[in-house]
Write a protein that binds this ligand. Structure first.
Ligand code: FES
Length: 223
């Protein structure tokens, strides 16, 4: 089950993953999509909070980074999605989240850290690949113009990409299965992303995260 998803064929209004630079409008549209976000889940919020807390603390385990798309701006939480039954150190798996056309990548680093990102390059939307054998922790690589992203943070380390890869928040169940539960915009702090998205749809979760105004919202929902 190791990594990479090859570039998807061009769909209506979307450039091929090979990145046809002549289609500026389509590329701009797709870049726009990956800079938005959405999120959420119907699964146990305690699990979500635990995952989020872990992610905020160590920026890795149980959390990953991600994508998002335009309907993310509506703050409507997507359904959580099972990514894989198991992910061993050094392995990655491609999946789609939160929408069926949103390419994403989950990676288990050699130290056990689980990370997730949009697999859509922030330069011209080519597919980003996992390269385990590069550097001390591997790297996320875009073959179109030699773009490189830090595997632990999604930050750009080389090449022309202008922004980090959007993060996707992941969690791991006791049976080893990995789930995608949320996303963030490129460069958006985790707490900010989660508070913005959970604030109205899951006030009880937002309250556990200490989001501004969450206690009042949660209380009013109870009464
Ligand atoms: Fe140019 Fe990824 S599309 S580096």
């Amino acid at each position: 089950m190791s990594v990479t998803e090859q570039p998807a064929p061009a769909a209506d209004g979307e450039p091929s993953a090979g990145g046809d630079p002549s289609d500026d409008a389509a590329q701009a549209h797709l870049r726009d999509r990956i800079s938005a976000d959405s999120l959420t889940t119907r699964r146990d919020y305690l699990r979500i909070v635990a995952t989020v807390s872990g992610g905020l603390a160590i920026g890795g385990i149980g959390v990953a980074a991600g994508i998002l798309h335009r309907h993310g701006d509506s703050d409507t939480a997507p359904e959580s999605k099972k990514v894989t039954d198991r992910l061993a150190p050094g392995e990655s798996v491609a999946f789609r989240f939160p929408g069926d056309e949103d390419r994403a990548l989950a990676v288990r680093l050699q130290d056990g850290t689980l990370v997730g990102y949009s697999a859509v390059c922030t330069h011209l939307a080519c597919a980003v690949l996992w390269r385990e054998d590069r550097g001390p922790a591997g790297e996320l690589y875009c073959p179109c113009h030699e773009g490189v992203f830090d595997a632990r943070t999604g930050e750009v380390t080389a090449g022309p990409p202008p922004r980090p890869l959007p993060r996707i928040f992941l969690t791991e169940e006791v049976d080893g299965s990995v789930w995608a539960i949320a996303t963030a915009r490129s460069g958006e702090p985790a707490r900010e992303a989660l508070c913005r998205q959970f604030g109205e749809s899951r006030p009880e979760v937002a309250a556990r995260l200490g989001c501004p105004g969450a206690d009042r919202a949660n209380e009013s929902r109870r009464t």
